[in-house]
Ligand binder design. Structure first.
Ligand code: DX5
Ligand code: ZN
Length: 225
């Protein structure tokens, strides 16, 4: 399991009216990536951001932008999001037909290619394209909203994902998204995740910068799973 832990605060839970100030706090707290949740009101009920916000974030921070597309036909956004400044482009296999082709296209233009699996989606969907992955995202909630509770079944799925990636000698990062908090992060880390998205746990904290450090510390503590 990779030693490096990445914390990726999700701007879905940020106060957009104070975005520049909140980004400063995240940078001060040692955030590694900024997670951007793109929702289209079709793949998930909620409607959020697009290339305009990605571009605005790109001008406000040098941190990599970890863009998570919860949209149908994500391939339509490869070029616009690249131009806006996305670093990681992660989409759902449930949302498109030609998953392998689109992963290859994302890499081809120079972004990291990620695949995100809903709680009900088998790991096999990722194993079929493992050589095309720079990142595998295990959803620990059903996507669509921030502030949901971590599904306990995610921990065993992360363990299986870790074993699958290791079996294929894949260098893909293993990310977890949904309900990640000081109470749940150690289980996900012990199961083999290395990259952690957190929205409400960071932005609802009295000191978001300190909360990032706390999440990182809880990873070191670990738990047996
Ligand atoms: C959920 C999104 C998440 C969300 C996580 O559909 O993909 O990235 O921002 O929020 P929390 O950490 O509050 O569960
Ligand atoms: Zn997300």
């Amino acid at each position: 399991m990779p030693d490096i832990v990445r914390i990726a605060p999700s701007v879905l839970s940020a106060d957009l009216g104070r975005l520049a100030e909140q980004l400063d706090q995240l940078e001060r707290g040692g955030a590694d990536w900024i997670h951007v949740d793109v929702m289209d009101g079709r793949f998930v009920p909620n409607l959020t951001f697009g290339a305009l916000l990605i571009g605005a974030l790109r001008r406000m921070t040098d941190l990599p932008l970890d863009v998570h597309l919860m949209v149908v036909e994500p391939e339509r956004y490869i070029e616009p999001f690249l131009e806006a400044g996305a670093s990681v482009f992660t989409f759902h296999p449930e949302a498109t037909v030609h998953v392998q082709r689109h992963l290859a296209a994302v890499r081809e233009v120079g972004m990291r290619a990620g695949l995100a699996l809903n709680p009900g989606t088998p790991l096999a969907a990722a194993e079929e394209v493992v050589d095309d992955l720079d990142l595998l995202l295990i959803m620990s909630v059903n996507p669509g909203y921030g502030g949901q509770s971590y599904l306990p079944s995610a921990t065993a799925k992360i363990q299986r994902a870790r074993a699958m990636l290791d079996r294929h000698e894949s260098g893909a990062l293993l990310e977890v998204d949904g309900g990640v908090s000081p109470d749940t992060i150690a289980a996900a880390r012990s199961a083999g995740a290395d990259t952690f998205v957190a929205g409400s746990a960071i932005f609802s904290a009295p000191d978001p910068a300190a909360r990032i450090g706390e999440l990182r510390d809880r990873c070191k503590a670990g738990v047996s799973v």
